[in-house]
Design a protein. Structure first.
Lengths: 472, 643
């Protein structure tokens, strides 16, 4: 329970902490939650389930309040707390870091995400899912760039539609279940027709949040309009709710729809991989480029998430962790350009490698990790996901495989245009300590998981098996 | 120590060297950085020699399990047999010499420690590639050497003039390799789908011993995909155009990565997969391999005729020689290919390092039109370069003579047409190599006064590797002498490799009659002498020096313009994709997809109150309440309505 309450407390206290102590306070808050979740992880039996809140009561309309975690949930919680800490660390020397409401919103986001990942009641999941919208929305609205309003309007409409669809599906499936508890909802057997509708509702919500082609047009605008920390929360954490949701809720609740729906999801995912990848090639705004890159990468993960199997889902978790780390790193890099030079336009950048060698090195590592080179966590994750998609359908697999090539094109282009050649603007300050530390943590984790991904598999594997059992 | 303990050490030393230099190198003196990297290499080579001398039976060494899932297990496991240890000897041996050479060559470079870090890491990845016991390890190393190659081609990325161009060359190499890698990856998926494993020995057991039934198409698909991977890394048509551009990297890199080791990874892949390629279903792939190799060999040799950049000539020469190797593999002559890989590593590393020494002496000039008469100015470089030139051109009794002759001999047995075409390729090789040699070292000096003033022989750390490689280039042929020279111990390397390498022991080649061998050799010698006389007359007696490209006509212009491959690729692939990227964004994304959603946005905007609040800018709380409202409504609804 403390995993959920501590961030809430930190969010509340943030409102009364003096501004000049805010940055340190935020880091401490991030560290406390991270340590707590790591402690929980160490003492956790990976085959088991730990309840964190269960009043053993059912309200008249079926709400059970059940919250807890198995391996997959705890994995996501640790990831959330880790990424939140890295985000706070990256943000440490930004002006935003001293802002009370900003800090409070980040902690609120953390709490809501932990809620999403530990909810074992459909309605609780839905409520936490909706709450996450508040902090990212307000961070973008209060602290975003000048184009934010239009972008946020779009974002809001999309999300609103998705949420309503999910709610409708939840209500519909509850109609045949005793309560909203996860196990009760999973136990429902649906007719094929009902399953389609229920599947469609959840899927729409998740597809918008991930986002999958063609529901993605809010994403590049919102990513570029948000301040750095907001973009990081959106890409590194918020979209993971949807990928996690596909595995925890979508597939188990309406498996009857899978035979026909799998095709659609995989195809949409892979269209996104290629489409967003190709669009990323000629983007000149580096943040927008990474936004498209993100669409491209998560399309493949989403395809893996719908292909129910131990191997594919393991790969999904590896790749979710990898994507979170890489996304935070790349958006930090994009922000470093903006903060130092006031521009993110690749045509105005150049020669920074010579001016800022530390930054060049770290950005280089991230760029290589983003194209999934060996020794980086993406190498195995992408290999396994591509194999999964390939086994499903060879042609789709081959098309998905072009991400190997397209990804290299846009990532290296972005890196080289900004870093190589003669400096175009001067001076360019190298990494500050907090930025360097953030990159370092990311780099070390990418390396560790790149060499020994089995550590992650051992953790999520048994709970994946348990979940698959309940579906069959 | 046992082999099980020694082999991981071979891998670990370059890795440790790379890591130490990578982390601390910046603050260490150059001598220490260079020595550390070089000593790590020599130590690794020493251990490899020890293992080589002790190895009798193939051994597998388990390191750890990378990934263990339901349907797939990926192991970090090594396979030590005569094939892999032979490759290790080439990599660490030639690698050591090139490290030593680099200590001198790179001594004035700012990024000295980075250079040695990348070089050591490259060797590590290359060793994983050859020592791995399964295709996953091979792929790991395969991608790893690709990255190091990328980093080293674009090594001088901060150069004000050429930085961006170096970067472009590096990117081109990486992307073209990735195209091949996709083919290879699909090959691995096919293997997994068909056999459920990526371990070489398990696959060989299933195919050779169990004779698991596989359809012809499946086998064709698997081997073709693997070969597509090989065309990327080993620079074959259609994926060869990156290798000449890769010459943007420092010259020792060209010697190590783009001549002696990495580019032969594709050859190694096929030799290692011989049990797949010898399957009857792979017959068609072998033919494709043969003809692609043949075409590449001729095309690259043709282009090399009118190149004036000393390194570009050598680059096309490498492409051409790799083509020859694929011809050999296409005929099933695996050990002959390995023999030529070995001798090629010697003389091509020698030639590249020699060209480095020339460039060093010429104050970074690479254009052979600006050179001339260097033979007396840099005598050691001259003699060793001459040896390299003769070795690659097939001068009698030097290493290239034997190794090339063996492949050409196989071609003679295979088909007369291929034999004739290979002979033409061999003669073209002799022509462009001798042309370059004569233009660079004979005649009179054509560079600037400054360059002439600075002309100097390279330091011992650079000339020593040249001498060692020159000796190997002369005598390397002894490794695999044909039957006419010896009674016992003929084809030592072939027998040695076949001794415990899976699949190679099953391949029988009939020994050609002594008369045939002598006849073929006589033809080869005659062809070489003919070329020697003609080139000597054209470039020394009455020198017709290379002119600027603008003055060229006909075939010479086509050769100088590299058969317009780059232009064709740009028109066919690069520009259309860029067009799609731009138009896809402008038209499809912003107008069509966005139109749908902004249509609905507008509907809401025009619907009254909301718009006014939205436009006044005081909407923060409105939005907040709206979100709260959704949640609130849901809860209220649920509390009141009992479903």
């Amino acid at each position: 329970m403390e995993l959920l309450i501590i961030p809430c407390l930190f969010a509340l206290i943030a409102l009364v902490v003096p501004s000049n102590f805010m940055r340190q306070y935020a880091l401490i808050g991030g560290a406390v939650s991270l340590i707590l979740s790591v402690v929980a992880m160490v003492s956790f039996d990976v085959t088991g389930f730990k309840t964190i809140f269960d009043p053993h009561m059912v309200t008249s309309f079926g709400l059970t309040f059940k919250m807890g975690y198995d391996g997959m949930s705890l994995f996501m919680v640790v990831l959330t707390n880790l990424i939140t800490f890295i985000i706070l660390l990256s943000n440490y020397n930004r002006t935003l870091a001293t802002n009370k409401s900003f800090t409070a919103l980040v902690f609120l986001m953390q709490a809501a995400l932990v809620g999403v990942f530990t909810a074992f009641d459909g309605l609780m999941f839905y409520i936490f899912w909706e709450i996450t919208l508040i902090p990212v929305f307000l961070i973008a609205l209060w602290f975003g760039s000048s184009e934010r309003k239009k972008a946020l309007m779009k974002f809001f409409i999309y999300t609103f539609v998705g949420s309503l669809a999910m709610l409708a599906s939840l209500m519909a499936i509850k109609a045949s279940a005793a309560t909203f508890a996860h196990e009760d909802l999973v136990a429902v057997t649906l007719t094929a027709k009902a399953a389609y509708w229920i599947f469609a509702g959840f899927f729409l919500a998740f597809a918008i949040k991930i986002p999958l082609f063609p529901f993605h047009t809010w994403q590049p605008d919102t990513y570029t309009a948000s301040p750095m920390a907001g973009t990081m929360l959106l890409s590194a954490l918020m979209l993971k709710m949807a990928l996690y949701g596909m595995i925890r809720w979508l597939v188990p609740l309406a498996p009857e729809a899978l035979p026909d729906m799998t095709k659609i999801v995989v195809v949409l995912g892979i269209i996104g991989v290629v489409y967003a990848g190709v669009l990323a090639i000629k983007q000149s705004d580096i943040k927008r480029l990474f936004a498209f890159a993100s669409i491209s990468h998560v399309g493949l993960i989403a395809a893996g998430a719908i292909l129910i199997s131990h191997d594919n889902w393991s790969a999904v978790f590896i790749q979710m962790a990898n994507h979170s780390l890489v996304a935070v790193g790349l958006f930090l890099a994009a922000d470093i350009f903006e903060q130092r030079l006031g521009t993110r336009n690749l045509n105005d950048l150049g020669g920074i490698a010579k001016q800022a060698p530390k930054f060049a090195f770290m950005f280089g590592v991230l760029a290589l990790a983003s194209v999934s080179v060996p020794l980086s966590s993406g190498f195995i994750g992408e290999f396994m996901l591509l194999k999964g998609v390939y086994s499903y359908n060879w042609l789709v697999g081959v098309i998905a495989g072009t991400t190997l090539i397209i990804g290299a094109v846009y990532t290296l282009r972005a890196y080289q245009l900004s870093m190589f050649g003669a400096p175009k603007a001067s001076p360019f300050a190298d990494l500050a300590l907090n930025e360097w530390l953030a990159f370092l943590i990311i780099m070390v984790l990418i390396l560790v998981f790149g060499v020994y991904p089995q550590a992650m598999i051992d953790f999520v594997g048994p709970s994946i098996d348990n979940l698959i059992q309940t579906i069959k | 120590m046992s082999i099980e303990q020694l082999v991981p050490l071979i891998l670990a030393l370059p890795l440790i060297g790379g890591v130490i230099n990578g982390i601390f190198g910046k603050n260490l003196p150059k001598q220490i950085v260079g020595s550390l990297a070089t000593i790590a290499m020599f130590a690794s080579f020493g251990i490899a020699l020890l293992v080589f001398s002790q190895l009798h039976e193939a051994k597998t060494i388990n390191l750890f399990t990378v990934l263990h899932l339901e349907n797939i297990t990926l192991n970090a496991r090594l396979l030590v047999d005569n094939l892999s240890i032979w490759m290790v000897l080439i990599i660490t041996g030639v690698g050591s010499l090139i490290h030593l050479f680099s200590m001198g060559y790179m001594s004035h470079d700012e990024g000295y420690y980075k250079f040695f870090t990348y070089l050591n890491l490259f060797v590590f990845a290359m060793l994983i590639l050859v020592l791995g016991s399964n295709y996953f390890m091979l792929f790991f190393g395969w991608e790893g050497v690709g990255i190091c190659s990328y980093l080293l081609i674009g090594f001088h990325y901060s150069d004000a003039e050429k930085g961006m161009l170096n970067g472009l060359a590096a990117r081109k190499a990486f992307i073209m390799n990735r195209i091949g890698d996709l083919g290879m990856l699909i090959g691995l998926f096919l293997l997994l789908a068909q056999f459920g494993t990526l371990e070489y020995t398990e696959l060989a057991d299933k195919i050779i011993i169990d004779q698991v039934p596989v359809t012809t198409w499946m086998m064709f698909g698997i081997t073709l995909c693997l070969f597509i991977g090989a065309t990327g890394k080993s620079a074959q048509i259609p994926l060869f155009t990156w290798l000449p551009d890769a010459m943007a990297g420092p010259t020792p890199v060209s010697a190590l990565i783009h001549a002696a080791t990495m580019v032969t990874a594709g050859i190694f892949l096929v030799v290692r997969s011989n049990f797949l390629f010898e399957h009857p279903g792979a017959e068609m792939t072998k033919d494709i391999m043969l003809y692609i190799g043949l075409a590449t060999s001729l095309v690259a040799a043709f282009i090399a005729l009118r190149q004036n950049d000393i390194k570009k000539v050598l680059a096309y020469s490498t492409v051409s020689q790799l083509g020859l190797l694929f011809v050999s593999l296409g005929m099933g002559a695996y050990t002959a290919a390995m023999f030529h890989v070995t001798t090629h590593a010697f003389f091509k590393a020698l030639l590249f390092l020699g060209s480095g020494s020339v460039i060093h002496a010429m104050s970074d000039e690479q254009d052979i039109r600006m050179m001339g008469g260097l033979k007396s100015k840099i005598p050691v470089t001259h003699i060793t370069f001459l040896i390299g030139t003769l070795a690659i051109s097939g001068f009698p009794l030097m290493s290239g003579f034997y190794s090339k002759d063996e492949i050409i001999g196989h071609a003679f047995e295979h088909s007369t047409l291929i034999y004739v075409l290979l002979m033409i390729s061999a003669m073209l090789t002799a022509i462009y190599m001798l042309r370059m040699y004569f233009v660079v070292f004979h005649g009179s000096f054509r560079g600037t006064k400054d360059q002439e003033h600075h002309l100097h022989e390279s330091p011992p750390s650079m000339t020593l590797p040249l001498i060692v490689l020159a000796v190997l280039s002369i005598f390397g042929g002894i490794l695999n002498l044909p039957g006419i020279f010896l009674k016992n111990g003929t084809h030592w390397l072939s027998h040695h490799l076949a001794h415990n390498t899976r699949g190679l022991d099953l391949i029988q080649h009939s020994e050609m009659s002594a008369n045939t061998i002598l006849g073929l050799m006589a033809v080869a010698v005659a062809a070489f002498l003919l070329v020697l006389i003609i080139t000597y007359r054209v470039y020394v007696v009455r020198p017709q020096l290379p002119v600027n490209d603008e003055q060229l006509r006909g075939w010479e212009l086509t050769s100088a313009n590299k058969l317009y491959f780059d232009e064709i690729y740009n028109t066919l692939f690069v520009r259309p994709i860029e067009w799609m990227s731009v138009k896809g964004h402008q038209v499809f994304e912003l107008v069509i997809l966005n139109g749908i959603i902004s249509g609905s946005t507008k509907t809401i905007e025009y619907s009254g109150e909301l718009v006014k609040k939205w436009q006044t800018g005081k909407t923060d709380w409105y939005i907040l309440w709206m979100v709260f409202g959704i949640v609130g409504l849901v809860v209220y609804y649920l509390l009141t309505v009992n479903i």
